[in-house]
Design a protein around this ligand. Structure first.
Ligand code: 4NP
Length: 156
């Protein structure tokens, strides 16, 4: 079993969208018994809150169901659970490096766009201010197939 964890600042915009999209991709490839997917926040700011209305609307417009999702701050147990931690921007990377209990946990952390040729080091910006949730979806849609390929190769 591979465990994939998506993380952003609030766990109400980017990482829940990534979780829902990646779960759908895993289901489409009939891999639900091999890959588990979760998402978490680096902050406690939005703890217990559902995805942002704009994120919910964008998820629904692409056939994804945001119901039941709530923001959860990352814990030491989450770092331990995860095989790979996929995050959105440089600020998220710094926060995760600070929060990671061990060096091995730090090494699990990657920027989502790392899988897109020419986009290493690039960020998926926070749509909380811009409200460009469809841009977030399209960036994730470019990055996530590469992550599914990597995870399925790791699982062999
Ligand atoms: P997210 O967006 O990190 O993509 O979930 C944000 C959500 C909440 C806040 C910032 C970004 N906030 O400051 O509470």
């Amino acid at each position: 079993m591979e465990h994939v964890l998506f993380v952003c600042l609030g766990n109400i915009c980017r990482s829940p969208m990534a979780e829902a999209m990646f779960k759908q991709m895993v289901a489409d490839r009939h891999l639900t018994d091999q890959i588990q997917v979760e998402s978490r926040a680096t902050s406690t700011e939005e703890e217990g809150n559902p995805p942002h209305p704009g994120a919910q609307k964008t998820m629904r417009s692409h056939g994804l169901d945001p119901s039941g999702m709530v923001s959860q701050p990352i814990t030491a147990a989450d770092f331990d659970w995860a095989d790979v931690i996929i995050t959105m921007d440089q600020s998220n990377l710094r926060n995760l490096n600070r929060l990671a209990p061990t060096r091995a946990d730090q090494e699990k952390v990657h920027l989502a766009l790392e899988t897109v040729p020419g986009f290493a080091g690039q960020e998926i910006p926070d749509p909380w201010y811009s409200h460009r949730f469809e841009d977030t979806y399209q960036s994730l849609n470019a990055a996530l197939p590469g992550w599914l390929d990597r995870v399925t190769q790791a699982d062999q």
